[in-house]
Write a protein that binds this ligand. Structure first.
Ligand code: ADP
Ligand code: ZN
Ligand code: ZN
Length: 722
């Protein structure tokens, strides 16, 4: 029995009526003084415990197992591979309502929405009914209405207040089945170009498991290939599971899927209410949903008739969970595809070095879309040498000149800077004092508009001081620039060209991103400025010039993946330009125009860059030519993590052979974060099997050691940030 607790073991309980329970069913069991919901992972006639110590389980919750056998196999394999407690793995995989023991069935929920009359009411006029006033204000922010979950999150769910508002005719109440999308309409399909047709055919002709790497430049029509492949799966009576890095960033993809695919679809992402999530999950499990689109954790959706798996933007690091159960959704989906004998399609304009390597090795079949679909041509990349150049808030004159020319022609410009806020540092001009985070080894970012200093690592926030806490000088200045500052500069330099900023700060509220994207598409905004939120997946036909304000920081990072990420980011941002008939230009500001990586990327393209980067990884023995695991530890006390890792290291040395290398323990790249000191021990081997043999022997023993109970630690298998 797996229970939701951080222990690397399962628990034995007695069955009242043997044979009536199947693995994958939920049961309620006594655990200490509490009652927990657990999942049966195995039935066994015997146990290592003396019979008197085995307690009977309290209640069987499912007549049918809630975790079907294939999914249970995936979860057990994942728990073993990533060395994470099976109870927590199961808890991650199940919707919260199932973890709480609620029945696995679709339920309707009440929704409340402002009526036309309600929209005309000013909540301030309801001073005598503050709860009703508060409800009206919240509902005014939810155009599609709100359910009980949502109102409870705001602390505002009151049945009587809602009833009063309904009686007044200000609020409408209706029953909904959240989570289920109605089938879409049949929008016109373009005829495929030969490369697309070949790709679709390769997948169609393939029976059973196979892994395809759909390597297509931005705008080459990868989405069209997905849609055709999904249509084939639908025609064969099979379900499709499509993973995307972040749903919020891909409203266009969702719109296209809905417009083209006339089949019931569910979308699983973090913005759902728990009821929506459970309904969607049940619809998938029962086969009612034929298409399941979701972020990372959707890889655990049960499907009775899987026929096609897709990972969009397979290179994206957010497909790997970065805390708790650190799994790679892409890698798990590939495992699942093999187990369920289903083809899996990995799509990207900038494939990960891992996937390119697997394709080179013949493990994946490569499908190439070398050209943009339709009339669009590829953008031209140029390095802009800014050494010794005057800069206006980080913008060099040649870039400003190009902006003027493109804007004068009525075209749009996109500027990319992966740093939000006004300035990354606040410094005292008198004495050099710098505002730092008390809980992290980092500077506080100045957010001028809100008048606050923010730590982007622990989320701490404070008011901007009026004077220097060291010397009392009022001359505090923002050093460096973020999107907020560039926006201000652009408004001064280009007063006639509306500028739109897209970053986490400008899109915090629901619907804001969609509204901003709408202005970008309609052409109302002439200059688009943003962080990597703007780099992904969007399609801006009017943009003909892209400026990348800063590429240099990542050229000299200690993370061996930094150059891969930089190249991916540049190519993805560049891909926003010239998507329609007019060709696009991309200017990359840099102090290192001779850097071999940048040069190769600009002159020969991503494939050539990737080949060179892979050769470098081979020579240095780094992934994909080696496998890694990272043991992390953290504590409020500086020495404890290191001491723990040293003990762990000593323990590992007893069990490992010469094919394993250890690096560390060393402090983490940002040692102090959110008030805790962090250290890490990297374990590396050219032989994946040897690394896993060590982990299998080492981690369970480590987990049982007294030291491990006193500290927060974790193991990250195949880490993506080292
Ligand atoms: P990707 O996903 O590779 O970035 P998309 O599928 O978004 O590319 O396609 C880019 C644009 O080209 C979209 O506007 C799409 O409608 C269009 N497109 C895709 N395939 C074709 C085709 N065969 N003929 C004409 N236009 C196409
Ligand atoms: Zn000072
Ligand atoms: Zn902090």
């Amino acid at each position: 029995m797996a229970l939701p607790c951080p222990l690397y073991r399962v628990f034995d309980y007695r069955l009242a009526q043997p044979g009536r329970i199947a693995p994958g069913s939920r049961v309620r069991v006594p655990f200490g003084r509490r009652n927990l919901v657990g999942v049966v992972v195995e039935l066994s006639p015997d146990t290592e415990l003396p019979p008197a110590q085995i307690r009977p389980l309290s209640e069987l919750l499912d007549a049918q197992p809630v975790v079907p056998p294939d999914l249970l196999a995936l979860l057990r394999w994942a728990a073993g591979y990533y060395h994470h407690p099976i109870g927590e793995v199961l808890a991650q995989a199940l919707p919260a309502l199932l973890r709480q023991g609620r029945p696995a069935r679709i339920e309707q929920t009440r929704h409340w929405q402002l009526s036309a009359a309600g929209r005309a009411v000013d909540p301030a006029d309801l001073a005598r009914a503050p709860r009703q006033a508060a409800l009206l204000s919240v509902l005014a922010r939810c155009p599609e209405g709100a359910d009980r979950d949502r109102l409870q999150r705001e602390g505002l769910y009151r049945r009587d207040s809602l009833r009063a508002l309904v009686d007044k005719g200000w609020v409408e109440e209706r029953l909904e089945t959240p989570g289920l999308d109605t089938p879409g309409a049949g929008a016109a399909a373009p005829s495929l170009n030969p490369a697309q047709a070949d790709a679709v055919q390769a997948v169609a002709e393939h029976a059973g498991f196979g892994c395809f790497l759909l390597d297509g430049v931005t705008g080459s029509g990868k989405t069209e290939v997905y849609i055709r492949a999904i249509e084939q799966a639908l025609a064969a009576g099979r379900q499709t599971l499509l993973l995307v890095p972040e749903i919020g960033l891909t409203p266009q993809l969702m719109q296209r899927l809905r417009a083209r695919l006339a089949a019931p679809m569910v979308i699983l992402h973090s913005g759902l209410s728990e009821r929506e999530r459970l309904n969607a999950w049940v619809a998938a499990r029962d086969g009612a949903a034929r298409i399941v689109v979701g972020t990372r954790s959707a890889v655990f959706t049960p499907l009775p008739a899987p026929g096609l798996f897709i990972v969009d933007e397979e290179h994206d690091p957010s497909l790997k969970q970065q805390d708790g159960f650190r799994y790679s959704a892409r890698d798990l989906l590939i495992w699942r595809a093999r187990q369920q004998d289903v083809p899996v399609l990995l799509g990207s304009a900038t494939p990960s070095l891992e996937s390119l390597y697997n394709a080179d090795q013949g493990r994946y079949q490569r499908l190439h879309l070398p050209n943009r679909a339709g009339a669009a041509s590829a953008p031209e990349l140029k390095l802009l040498d800014i050494r010794g150049q005057p800069l206006r808030e980080g913008l060099a004159e040649p870039l400003l000149g190009a902006m003027r020319r493109h804007l004068a022609r009525g075209e749009q410009v996109l500027l990319f800077l992966n740093r939000r806020g006004f300035a990354p540092t606040l410094i005292c001009h008198e004495c050099g004092w710098v505002a730092t985070c008390r809980r992290c080894d980092s500077h506080l970012t100045l957010h001028q508009r809100r008048g606050r200093l923010h730590c982007h690592h622990c989320d701490a926030s404070q008011e901007v001081p009026v004077q220097c806490p060291e010397c009392g000088s009022p001359d505090l200045r923002g050093l460096g620039y973020g999107t907020e500052r560039i926006e201000q500069t652009l408004q001064q330099l280009f007063p006639d060209h509306p500028c739109l900023r897209i970053d986490r700060d400008s899109t915090r509220r629901k619907g804001q991103l969609e509204a901003l994207l709408e202005q970008a598409h309609s052409g109302a905004a002439r200059i688009l400025l943003g962080t990597q939120m703007l780099a992904k997946g969007h399609h801006f036909p009017g943009v003909t010039l892209v400026g990348i304000l800063e590429a240099d920081q990542r050229l000299f990072s200690s993370d061996f993946r930094a150059s891969e990420r930089l190249a991916q980011l540049i190519v993805q941002v560049a891909g926003r330009a010239g998507r329609a008939e007019r060709p696009g230009t991309v200017l990359i500001q840099t102090h290192h125009p001779d850097h071999p990586l940048l040069r190769r990327l600009v002159t020969e393209g991503y494939a050539a860059f990737a080949a060179a980067a892979l050769a470098e990884r081979r020579d240095t023995g780094l992934p994909p030519y080696a496998s890694l695991a990272l043991l992390r530890a953290e504590a409020t006390d500086r020495e404890a993590p290191r001491e723990f890792l040293e003990q762990a290291h000593a323990l590992a040395l007893q069990q490992s052979g010469p094919e394993i290398e250890f690096w560390g323990p060393v402090p983490a790249p940002m040692e102090k974060r959110a008030g805790r000191y962090r250290a890490q021990l990297l374990v590396q081997s050219a032989a994946r099997a040897a690394l896993h043999r060590l982990l299998d022997a080492w981690i369970p023993v480590l987990a049982e050691s007294p030291a491990a109970r006193r500290i927060r630690w974790s193991v990250d298998v195949d880490p993506v940030d080292t």
